[in-house]
Design a protein around this ligand. Structure first.
Ligand code: ZN
Length: 296
């Protein structure tokens, strides 16, 4: 499931190729997805793409009007395709891009040769999502949507001034610290992989209820979030399941994980001293990974 760093890796890869291009959307299937646009977007010309933004796990393509929010859900990816290549399976939407044309095209653009040239200049980006937990939404503007959403601050841009409020919420909660980390309204962008990694680095056991943590422990957790997520985005994210960058490249961050899916391995931090191993714990139907020797 793509988390903040995976979506950021996708944003970084797409931005130079999308910004300034003219965008039209094609809906390829009638299958409903979890997120649906309010208005009909099939074959709609959305004008020039101004910029690509991200908050948490949401990728925003800011067009002349409207702004599109891409939610990748459990299995969503965006993949480039050459015009001559067949459309991949489960590509529910296709983004058709072409160089921005002037408002009043010259007579020559009606010429057939010009049309052919235009077709050759088109590029395609497929939104592939086999499980359909993702989708596209249309909103008036990125900043208005962000203001009215309940999402917490973005983990990759987390600032120290945000700490006191996050600590307060955490220390009042009876939920497990793992559940708090996954709560997008607390901080946006953390999912199952990075929650385990952050808690390992902070020496905190994933099952601890928030209201048993000291202020110092909360602070240790918060200090790990931004560096952990930013480093993962620099490695193009983690590719355990479906994540790939739009050019089809796998992320390299799985080589830098300490505990996620490493149950049975010796703890990289304390095994010499305590002979301890990474363990797996089921929390709310999802796996957490931790070391019983050095996470309390
Ligand atoms: Zn350990």
């Amino acid at each position: 499931m793509p988390e903040g760093p995976e979506v950021e890796a996708i944003r970084r890869s797409l931005a130079p190729r999308l910004e300034g291009k003219s965008l039209a959307l094609i809906r390829n299937t009638a299958l409903r997805m979890r997120y649906e646009p309010k208005v009909e977007l099939h074959l709609k010309n959305l004008g020039c793409i101004q910029e690509l933004r991200r908050h948490g796990k949401v990728l925003a393509v800011v067009c002349s009007k409207p702004t599109l929010l891409f939610r990748l859900g459990m299995s969503g990816t965006l993949l480039w395709r050459e015009a001559k290549m067949p459309r991949p399976k489960h590509a529910h939407w296709t983004l058709q891009l072409r160089p921005t044309v002037p408002d009043h095209p010259s007579k020559a653009s009606c010429d057939r040769r010009q049309d052919q040239q235009d077709a050759e200049q088109r590029t395609y980006l497929d939104f592939v999502d086999p499980r359909r937990f993702g989708g596209i939404e249309d909103v008036e503007s990125f900043s208005t949507w962000r203001e009215h959403s309940n999402l917490g601050p973005d983990g990759l841009h987390l600032e120290e001034r945000e700490y006191p409020q996050r600590i307060k919420t955490m220390m009042r909660s009876g939920r497990s610290v793992k559940a708090i980390l996954l709560d997008q309204n607390w901080i946006a962008g953390i999912g199952n992989i990075y929650a385990s990694e952050i808690l390992f680095r902070a020496h905190v056991h994933p099952a601890r209820p928030g209201n048993t943590l000291s202020e110092h422990e909360c602070l240790s957790i918060l200090r790990e979030i931004k560096p952990m997520l930013c480093k993962a985005a620099d490695h193009d994210g983690t590719s355990f399941a479906t994540h790939k960058t739009p050019s089809g490249k796998r992320g390299e961050n799985e080589n830098y994980l300490y505990v996620f899916q490493r149950d049975g391995d010796a703890c990289p931090r304390c095994s010499e001293e305590r002979n301890s191993y990474i363990l797996r714990l089921n929390q709310g139907g999802r796996s957490s990974y931790y070391c019983s020797g050095c996470q309390f």
